[in-house]
Design a protein around this ligand. Sequence first.
Ligand SMILES: Cc1cc2nc3c(=O)[nH]c(=O)nc-3n(C[C@H](O)[C@H](O)[C@H](O)COP(=O)(O)O)c2cc1C
Length: 212
Amino acid sequence: MNSQIMEALQWRYAVKQFDTQKKVSEADWKVLAESLRLAPSSYGLQPWKFIVVQNPSLRAELRKNSWNQSQVTDCSHYVVLTTRTKMSEQDVQKYIAKISQVRGVPQESLKGYHDMMIGDVVKGPRSEIIQWWAQRQAYIAFGFLMETAALMKIDTCPIEGLEPKAYDQILKLEGTGYATVAACAVGYRHRDDKNAQAKKVRFDAQDVIEIR
Ligand SMILES: Cc1cc2nc3c(=O)[nH]c(=O)nc-3n(C[C@H](O)[C@H](O)[C@H](O)COP(=O)(O)O)c2cc1C
């Protein structure tokens, strides 16, 4: 297991050129989608939506607003990470109802938890910084997706080189309560992608990991 993980971490790199002919199978995609859905979030509130853009003309539009990066149009699955811009009482209530249903507990028993969340993300100081709060969590899901993909020998490229406002327009997100954060291209590397040969550039462990 350890060697498998180490190998996947070394094998993974940010792909610049995807093979347009190779598509992620339906069965593999299901696992990747679960890696996003099962990612942890603050309170478990899941303040996100992952939009999988498969329509070629939408992809072409998004590419124009992504520094013309070819990964946007050439990958198998293009996942746009979007997060809540505000948290409402309904958001919290929807989650409480879900806990009650999944765990078979009465909603009344969750009142303390409900009030705590309302007092923090809906009415508390954090309500002013929801976009920032939610975005940080979206990146955890991003990490889950990339690591899961690497373990499955599926390639990815995280993409922050994009215009979030333009994405919001193209994907008609305005007024939905969600806004674009970043994206992740998923698929298979082209055999000519030069970046596949590039050595990993990382600081030494003692520079970035401190044990006290
Ligand atoms: C949040 C984030 C945004 C990134 N945005 C882009 C991007 O827009 N285009 C790109 O080609 N690579 C992008 N990268 C890839 C990084 O350049 C790459 O991960 C880094 O240089 C380390 O190399 P490696 O991932 O190949 O090991 C991004 C990486 C992260 C984590």
